[in-house]
Design a protein around this ligand. Sequence first.
Ligand code: DP6
Length: 325
Amino acid sequence: MLSKAFTARAHTNIALIKYWGKKDQELILPMNSSLSLTLDHFYTDTEVYFDQALKQDVFYLNEEKQNVSKVTQFMNIVRRQAGLKVFAHISSTNHVPTMAGLASSASAYAALAMAASQAAGLQLSRRDLSRLARRGSGSACRSIYGGFVEWQRGHDDQSSFASPIEENTNWNICMIAVVIDKARKKISSRLGMQRVVETSPFYTAWMKSTERDLAAIKEAIKKRDLKKVGTIAEENAMKMHALNMSAHPHFSYFEPASIAVMHLVELLRSEGICCYYTLDAGPNVKILCSVEDSTRILDRLAARFDKEQLLVARPGPGVHLINKK
Ligand code: DP6
């Protein structure tokens, strides 16, 4: 017997205030609260149905069969909540331009949380969906919502979830992703953040200053103050990367080209263009700017990068069910 199949679409998000460190690795409870922007162009579609004939979960990503261990751990949480003992067929497609290297666990687990919980007959509120997605990957809890989203760290499984700040923002901003390297990360975010929590002498300072950054960026978003939002986001990202360089053993996600893009953004700023950068656990640089300025910025980047390395995204929607064609 097969359950009804559900397909969910979730968009990836880029943090403006970074989540970097866990206080509970099993429940994925973060050390600090974070804030992100969900993007329209990069998303994952995931279909799930339960099948009594299966002896284990089956997982396809972009039509290729994958190892299921991480996904099965996540599905066990769904099965427990639904009181189910049946395995599932899961099939995901990442809609990120092939070159991008931006495929993210955020859109993946947000889409899986929605499709799997629906197929299991659970009718979860968005808050509970966010809590569930968090168990797959912390940043996924923010992809439940569109636009600007805050993840309040909370103190236990119940109290750690994302909520929307401005779900359907009509702010004329965009994010240019400069794809520098699509290879696998040198050190996964999971391992990187854990090493930082355990060894960086600056971690307490990070926690304190991130709380301040979060409060300030929320004010600046309300006021549509791009200069302030960008400045806080850029500084917050640099603090996160400074933690990595202060860990033992130290590490860095920057490549020479990442630093070149950062310098170009600073140069453009000195020429009066309002643009700011942020980087996650990899060398790609994301530039926050207004839609009007994006063409000028892209022109300058085009001198150094191929067209396929430059992707432009705008604020995107939260997770939703779609009808499969
Ligand atoms: C740098 O959410 O991928 O992108 O919870 O271990 O799966 P896990 O980590 P993940 O980490 C994201 C880190 C980041 C910052 C952010 O998105 O807030």
